[in-house]
Structures are given as structure tokens and as C-alpha cells.
Design a protein around this ligand. Structure first.
Ligand code: SF4
Length: 639
């Protein structure tokens, strides 16, 4: 037995076996807990890949609580953050009998802003749903103590009312706000400074780090160590926060705020005309780029209409900031919007002169908005400088950090050079409870008839499983093509990404007999459907990221420019990690069973296909439908 307090607590003779009904002591869990404990005690770094079912959550919570140190636990999703705070932490603390205090801290957009709620007007919402949502929020605001918007489960996360009653760092008045003493955002932060263990999400963690890097105030309290769960998401999230951006939606919101603030302003500085000019310049800019959607900034810079309208917007924002500067001298009302105008103008100007090295400049647009974004090609240097240089315990854990038993790709992206990745495989019996089916005869996914041929091969499998299936796609195009064919057949109830928020779709999938869910990237991970509801996962193609995506393209070029092979060093390991995530949806419990169907023939025909196969759990494989039928018949009751 491992001689450490956390491993002992999780052993057969330990406190969890004694007090937790149905607790199953697992050696992998004890070993990981031992390593986490060691990392916390010695303030060192641990990178741990822990397969589904090893019990990694307890393997890090137990040593974190036992350590008596101030620990931050950061999750990739708010869903896991809530689960840790509401369910896991209270249970683990109770079993251990240690009086550890813990708090959950989210980004400010998750808390009701009392100032903005007071200023909002239900009559101004155009959608009837929004008016009802606003009324519910008014009622809830009277009795909520934490102001956490997730308490109001009957209002969807994407309701148009939330942005009107929550704050951003741009529009929050901070200590100057009349509601500061009762503010939910600041109350949550205050509670977090006192807690032993604080649960945050990666977005909050990195936004705090980015602010800290610029010398501004911090949100997170001082801590001895940080444990990142769902750590495979970190490189992309870090890249968002070490970059900068500008969006027309920010300007639209700013103009609205200025008009509200102007009504109470006594400076006498006339703003309306200039605001009209700013809004007009925005409209002209959006018209100029109407046909674009996403690409490198260079594409826009080659369009004279874009350049002219962008420069006109810069001029108008400059005029507005001059007026606001004079107006804000005489009162507080316009001071915060003045600063926001200056910041927005400065960011837009950075896109007019995109000359920073190591940064990829790109844009994304719809008919109603344009977002300009600058993303660092690599984040390893920033992470080394801002995070790893601190004398802290660091634990990075996830079910997918290695591709083909090798964590070098992840460690290199995270600046964790020469760090060994410790691995604990899943305890589930994949060999006897799962089967991988790669049918013969499917064309290459680039073939124009791929969707049609895919459905022909998928239908017999759906008949065997009677629905109960996830169809996971790498593109919306194929998803829609397959959806059209399946919808016409009317054989299975379809649950389709985009028709409702993700958690509602999962709920619908659970409740609907014979359901087939069609989803893209967001359903490849963070979805946990146990039992007979899900017995088949179909993957349309190997999930290589598009080489035409501007950020991806810049990363590939960076590797080639430095003498590397971008396919083997980036595209392939990245695709393997994504495939492992998707495959991970199938077996979520030791009693689960199911079929994994991969419709991309390249997994068998290309030399790199073997690398994908080597990285997946040890499933039996077949190319024959009869084998699938035989396999399922051993688990499914015959009619
Ligand atoms: S301090 Fe900021 S978040 Fe809090 S109520 Fe005031 S404006 Fe809203």
C-alpha cells in the first residue's frame, strides 16, 4: 500500500471504503492521489493523464483538502465547476472530516449586476420571451443571496436579457458604484479570498493572469497551488487570453451606454451627433465586409472599402473620445465610458498596424457584427513566464493529454518542456464491452457522395442498436446533409445541435426513446451519458483541424519555418487527442457497452491511421456488420 495520507484514505482499508456506500478502492486512483500530494507538498509540477473511470476527481480533491494549503481548482467547463462545488467537494470533505472551506468563483458575466438591473427596462425588449425572462429575473433578484445566474435554471444561458443585467469589466463602476457594498461580483471575490479551496474555470483563471501580466488588480486570491482538470483545453483558452480583440458589438454596446449616461450628465457637452456618426460608420463598415465570414486580416486589408470604413470609424471614435474627455472632467457619469472608448479606439488602431511578431491577426464576421482578433501563434513562452516561473504546485490532468502514449505535443504547447506525463489507463473492460466498426466500401470523406454513402452504412447499425446513438461530425456541412437524409426517412427521433442549449439536448436525448443525436465539436467532449441510452457512437471522419483556419495555418507555418514537420508535430497529435475525446463518449461506466463506428477509411488505409488506432482504448475491431450484430446480441435482450 502506498504510504501517504491521501492514498491511505482512498485504499481498501481507508476512510472512503468505511464511510462511502459502494466505494470501490482503485490502485490507479491511489497512485494518482499520491503523486498529487507529492506535487502539492514539494511545489512541483505533475502532468497526469487519467483515463475514464479511474476516479481522478477524488484523486486530486483528497490531497488538496488534506494539504491544508490554499489551492485553486480550475475546470474547463462551468458544468464540472458546478459539479465539484455542489456535489464532490461537500462529500469528500464530509468523509475526510476536515473543516476545509471552499468557494466557487466565476467570471463577472455569471453574476447579476444590481446597477444594470436597476437601469434595465422591460419595455425595451422586443422579443416577448425576453420580457418574460426580465420579469422572472426581477423576482429572483429580490431573494437571491449569491446572485449567480445559474440559479435561474428556467432561463436559458443565451437569453438576450442576461447581457443587459450582468456587467463586463468595461462597464462595471467598481468602488464608485452605489451598489458596491451589496454587489454580488465583489461579494463572491471576497468570499474566495477567505476560502481554503477555490473552484474556478480556465477562462477566469487565464483572464486573471492576463490582467496580472498587465499590472492590473487581480481577481484570484494568493494560492499555494493550482490543479487544472480538463487540462487538454488549456492551450486554446490561454491563446484567447494572451491575445487581444476588437468587435463592432463592443462599440454598439458602448454607444448604448453613453446615451444612457448622457441623460444624467450635466456637463452640457453635446454627444448625440457624434454618436450618430459612430453608429453610421459601424453600418458602413459592416456593409463593406458583408460577404466575408472568417479569415486572415490580410484579406480585409486588401479591400479598399473596408480600409476606408475602418479609418472612418477610427476618426469618429477619436472625435467621441475627445468629447467624452471634456465631459468626464465635470462629473463621474461619463468617466468610465470615456476610458472604454479610449481602449476600443486603441485596440482598433492596433489592427490598422498589425505588425507584432508571433501574432496571427484574423477576423470573423456575420451580417451584423465583425470581430477582429489577434492570437499568439504559441503560448508556451507566456505560460512559462506567467505561471510556471512562480513557486507553486501545478497539477495538469485530463483523460486525454497524450497521443500514442506520448505527451510531448501537449507539454510543448504548454511550455512544460521535459516534463514526463504520468498515465493511468481506464479500468473499464473495453476488450469485451466495446467493438470498433470500420465498414468496408466507404469513399474518402472529401468525395461529394460521402454523406449519402455514410448514411447507407450507418442505417443498418442504427437498426441493430434501435437508435441510442451519437453521430459526431467534424463539420456542420456533413451534419446538415446527413440530417436531411435521416429526417426524410422519419425512422428515428433526431436531437440536433443548435436546436436548444447543449444541456437541454442531452436531457432530450435521455428522455426520448430510440433517439439519435447529431452534433459537432462541442459534443465530442464533456458529455456524460451512462447506461443503455447511448450504445453507439459514430464518427464521420478523422478530426483534423482545417489547415485553412487562420490560427491553425499560422501555427503550421511556424513549425515549418522552424524546420519541423507540421503534420506529424501538430496536425496528427492534435487530431488524435480530439478523436480520443469523441471515442470517450461511449463507455462511461463499468456496465456500459457499445459500438464505435468510424466512417473514415483513412484510419485503415493511411500509414498514420495506425497511430490513431494505437492511441485508442484496446477495443476489438471489425469491418463486418455481422460481427457488430453478434456483439450487440450478447448484450441486448432478444425480442
Ligand atoms: S460594482 Fe459593478 S458589478 Fe457590482 S453592481 Fe456595480 S456596476 Fe454592477
Amino acid at each position: 500500500m502506498l504510504n501517504s495520507p491521501s492514498a491511505i484514505a482512498l485504499s481498501k482499508e481507508g476512510v472512503f471504503s468505511q464511510k462511502w456506500n459502494g466505494f470501490n478502492a482503485r490502485l490507479a486512483q491511489q497512485e494518482m492521489a499520491f503523486q498529487v500530494e507529492n506535487a502539492i507538498n514539494t511545489r512541483s509540477t505533475l502532468v497526469a493523464e487519467s483515463g475514464t473511470g479511474t476516479g481522478k476527481t477524488f484523486a486530486y480533491l483528497v490531497p488538496a483538502i488534506q494539504s491544508g494549503k490554499k489551492i485553486i481548482v480550475s475546470t474547463g467547463t462551468k458544468h464540472l465547476q458546478d459539479q465539484l462545488f455542489i456535489k464532490d467537494l461537500p462529500s469528500v470533505r464530509e468523509v475526510l472530516g476536515i473543516p476545509c472551506s471552499f468557494e466557487r468563483l466565476k467570471g463577472r458575466a455569471n453574476y447579476l449586476c444590481l446597477l444594470r438591473l436597476g437601469r434595465s427596462d422591460g419595455m425595451l425588449f422586443k422579443q416577448p420571451n425576453d420580457v418574460t425572462d426580465w420579469q422572472k429575473i426581477q423576482e429572483w433578484a429580490k431573494h437571491t443571496t449569491a446572485g449567480d445566474i445559474s440559479e435561474l435554471t428556467q432561463i436559458s444561458d443565451d437569453s438576450g436579457v442576461w447581457p443587459e443585467v450582468t456587467s463586463t469589466s468595461d462597464n462595471c463602476l467598481g468602488q464608485k458604484c452605489d451598489h458596491f457594498s451589496k454587489c454580488h461580483v465583489y461579494a463572491a471575490r471576497k468570499r474566495a479570498t477567505k476560502a481554503d479551496l477555490v473552484v474556478v474555470n480556465h477562462h477566469l483563471f487565464f483572464s486573471d493572469m492576463a490582467i496580472k501580466g498587465e499590472g492590473f488588480g487581480e481577481v484570484l486570491p494568493d494560492y499555494d497551488g493550482v490543479i487544472f482538470d480538463e487540462a487538454h483545453l488549456l492551450p486554446e483558452i490561454a491563446a484567447q487570453f494572451f491575445g487581444f480583440g476588437f468587435s463592432t458589438a463592443q462599440v454598439t454596446a458602448l454607444c448604448r451606454e453613453i446615451r444612457i449616461a448622457e441623460a444624467a450628465d450635466k456637463s452640457g457637452v453635446p454627444l448625440s451627433e457624434t454618436l450618430d456618426e459612430v453608429e453610421k460608420a459601424l453600418r458602413v463598415l459592416l456593409l463593406a465586409i458583408a460577404s466575408k465570414d472568417r479569415g486572415e486580416l490580410e484579406e480585409l486589408d486588401n479591400m479598399p472599402a473596408y480600409l476606408d470604413s475602418r479609418d472612418a470609424l477610427i476618426t469618429q471614435l477619436g472625435a467621441l473620445s475627445s468629447l467624452l474627455e471634456s465631459a468626464s472632467v465635470s462629473g463621474e457619469n461619463l468617466a468610465s465610458v470615456y476610458q472604454r472608448t479610449v481602449d476600443l479606439l486603441s485596440n482598433l488602431q492596433r489592427f490598422a498596424f498589425p505588425d507584432e511578431r508571433g501574432i496571427v491577426y484574423w477576423y470573423e464576421s456575420t451580417r451584423r457584427s465583425l470581430r477582429l482578433q489577434a492570437t499568439p501563434v504559441t503560448v508556451s513562452d507566456q505560460i512559462r513566464k506567467n505561471l510556471l516561473s512562480e513557486d507553486l504546485a501545478m497539477v495538469f490532468t485530463s483523460a486525454t493529454l497524450t497521443s500514442e502514449d506520448d505527451g510531448a505535443h501537449y507539454c510543448q504547447r504548454m511550455g512544460l518542456d521535459d516534463t514526463e506525463v504520468m498515465q493511468w489507463g481506464s479500468p473499464y473492460d473495453y476488450r469485451s464491452r466495446s467493438l470498433m466498426y470500420v465498414p468496408d466500401g466507404l469513399p474518402d470523406p472529401s468525395n461529394f457522395r460521402f454523406s449519402e454513402e455514410m448514411v447507407k452504412q450507418v442505417l443498418p447499425v442504427l437498426e441493430l442498436t434501435d437508435g441510442h446513438c451519437f453521430l459526431l461530425f467534424t463539420s456542420y456541412r456533413v451534419l446538415h446533409e446527413v440530417r436531411e437524409i435521416l429526417a426524410e426517412l422519419e425512422k428515428y427521433p433526431l436531437v440536433i445541435q443548435g436546436e436548444a442549449p447543449k444541456h437541454k439536448l442531452i436531457e432530450r436525448f435521455h428522455k426520448t426513446d430510440r433517439a439519435v443525436l447529431l452534433g459537432t465539436s462541442s459534443f465530442w467532449e464533456g458529455v456524460d451519458v451512462k447506461g443503455d441510452a447511448l450504445i453507439c457512437v459514430v464518427i464521420d471522419k478523422l478530426p483534423f483541424a482545417s489547415p485553412f483556419d487562420p490560427v491553425n495555418k499560422a501555427r503550421l507555418k511556424h513549425i515549418e519555418d522552424n524546420g519541423g514537420n507540421s503534420f506529424y508535430e501538430y496536425q496528427l497529435p492534435q487530431a488524435i487527442l480530439t478523436l480520443k475525446q469523441g471515442v470517450g463518449r461511449l463507455i462511461r461506466d463499468e456496465l456500459d457497452f457499445g459500438v464505435l463506428m468510424i466512417c473514415d477509411p483513412r484510419i485503415r488505409t493511411k500509414s498514420y491511421g495506425q497511430k490513431f488506432l494505437n492511441a485508442l482504448p484496446p477495443m476489438r475491431r471489425t469491418t463486418r456488420l455481422e460481427a457488430v450484430s453478434r456483439f450487440l446480441s450478447t448484450f441486448l435482450a432478444k425480442p
